[in-house]
Structures are given as structure tokens and as C-alpha cells.
Design a protein around this ligand. Sequence first.
Ligand code: HEC
Length: 126
Amino acid sequence: MNKAIIAASALTMLTTGFVATTAFAGAESKCKACHTFEQGGKHKTGPNLFGVMGSKAGSTDFKKYGKSLKAGGWVWDDENMKAWVCDSKKAIKALTGDDHAKTKMGKQKKCGEKADAIVAFLNTLK
Ligand code: HEC
């Protein structure tokens, strides 16, 4: 490999990393309006999200859960979290198996690769 090719591939790697990071930076700032991510962080409009992956839905000491999330019963994993950040209003129905289930969290429209980036980030919070 000559130097130009090495430089070009290094640049590609850098750019890819950059895109992945910025894709989440936008998404994260949106969540931050209502959530904190650090251990012991306080609840805001929504519950603190430290350690949320692998935990039972609605299981923090946040006082303002809606009925459906509070009744929970599912454990947050990559798949259901992706569905949640894309469309929580739809996901709550699928997760509870109740067509009338509601959540207080609005649809975030973070779907596809944005959802992947958010889930990857949430998985680091432990
Ligand atoms: C406008 C405020 C708001 C924004 C923005 C928001 N959320 Fe929420 N979130 C809430 C509220 C309120 C709840 C509780 C919903 C309920 O009880 O029905 C919640 C609940 C959650 C839960 C369930 C936690 C648990 O304890 O089971 C997760 C996970 C979550 N949000 C992730 C996110 C992520 C990731 C983002 C960014 C893409 C985000 N939220 C953006 C308000 C928000």
C-alpha cells in the first residue's frame, strides 16, 4: 500500500467515526431535554436512564410513570429500545399487547441508524 492509500483509508475511518458520533450527538441532545444519563442523575420530565438497558421497564423510583410503563413487565433490550426511540406511542401498544396503551413520552422519530446509535450509547451506561 502506498502512503496516499493509507492516508485515504485513515481519513475514511475518521470520517465514519465522526458521522457515527454526530448522528448520536443530535439524538442525545433531544433526549437530554427530559432525561439524565449519569449514575444517580435526577429525574426530569422523564426518568434517569443510567443502567436502563437490561432493566425492567418502569422500575426506577420516578414518580410520574404512566400506567402502562409502570405496569411494565418487559425488560429493555436492543430490539424493543429501538422501537421505543423510533415511535414510543406505537411501541407501548406492542410491548403491552394492549391497543389502548399510552405513554407520556412523545414519539422521538429516532429510527434506523439513529436508533442503533442511541441504543449503542445506552448500552454504555452501566
Ligand atoms: C419531552 C420529554 C422526553 C423526551 C425528549 C424523551 N423522553 Fe424518554 N421519557 C419521557 C417520559 C415522560 C417518560 C415516562 C413515560 C411514561 O411513563 O409513559 C419517558 C420514558 C423513557 C424510557 C423508559 C424508562 C424506564 O424506566 O423504563 C426510556 C428508555 C426513554 N424514555 C428513552 C428516551 C430516549 C433514548 C430519548 C431520546 C431519543 C427520550 N427518551 C426522549 C420523556 C421524554
